[in-house]
Design a protein. Sequence first.
Length: 465
Amino acid sequence: MSQKNETTILALALLLTVGIVGGGFWWFTNNGVKIGNNIIPNQEPGSNPSLQDRISFGEKSLTSGDISPVKKEGVQAIAAKSYDKAIANFTAALKLNRNDPEALIFLNNARIGSSKSYTIVTSVPFGTDPNVSLEILRGIAQAQNQVNSSGGVKGVPLRVGIANDDDNPEIAKQIASTLISNSEILGVVGPNTSDSTLAAGTIYTSGQLVAISPTSTSVKISNFSRYVFRTVPSDFMAARSLANYMVKTLQKKNAVVYFNSQSNYSQSLKSEFVSSVSLEGGQVSSEFDLSKADFSAAKSVEQATKQGAEVLMLAANTATLDKALQVIQINQKRLTLLGGDDVYTVKTLEIGREQAAGMVVAVPWHIDGDPKSDFPQKSRQLWGGDVSWRSALSYDATVALIAALERNPTRSGVQQALTSSDFSTSGASGTIRFIPSGDRNAPVQLVKIVPGSRSRTGYDFEPVR
């Protein structure tokens, strides 16, 4: 990577990190953290002293990054229960940076103050992936703002908490244990990764608390639990779309696939792609594990070429994206590139650039994919820019919880509503309804990397027509 690219990426990462804080309506007592009249006990010494600092509704920062003085004052005001001051502070903070979903969530929480509310929490990887966290929060913040601006859930406003799970399954489980212990929490949006969703899902199930992941795609999540749902299509759908495009549209039959054996998502997408290609009459001649210490991008591309491969399929996850980007650079556009949704990032555009041009990626949604939807226009008005598929599917997860709360604002009521055969509501990506497996049978959108200005990298993801 050139020094210029490294500098740009670093600057971008800093920009994405600045202002990311968590906080909320939780405050400390001698015995624990309190929401309304319920107290969540402090953890035993040595168990995880930082767990409380990972869950917040506006009264403290979840990251160590600097935030604007006016936003900091808002956080302090919520902590002091000075809600009018917090409202003024967060309103001013949003004028400075309208693209900050946390500030909007804090503002809506401050408006609720100590009044009655229905509470949900989102579990996102603030510490390890602030950009993805912000994408997810934009969808949740938009849904919260929308319902509260129109009178709430049958007159009761929606309060949103934020939890930082670092995309770590063990931390996600600890957060889940904390959330199920408080009866005022009626639903969860998240976790982000399939590994964390599968790990935390067992805890949410034991506490009969619904969790709807907007981003976990592993096929293992289907039929996993009566309390775990998702608004994102499974890897089966993405793999089938990519395999069909490869064999039918591109007329190519020999592929190699890159994956991470340590990731449930990556393993799932790889396996489904291998099966789908075979069903289409093609073959996957080699599989390369990006997580291996001796992985070599150059050697793998050389081997693929010798085997007559025509396509490189990148089923990388976030942890192995850098190695997948090395493959893109080494390939020099010789073999056709395909990818899963974790490759759909600004980083891919920034580093891949011309070498990534033409790559086709399967995503659940694209802002230009459905001309009839009003969500793109509304999101642009709110945030001053385009949102990603993660924002759209997080919006859908939150909207689904809101619709369930309207039917019956209890934990069991939410679960019963979502599993009901007549449950249906409208989201960013069309109608939201769940089949008995907890899945939502939604289509996959294929996008291609092309020259463009939207992302400000010189390249964009655009729908394949």
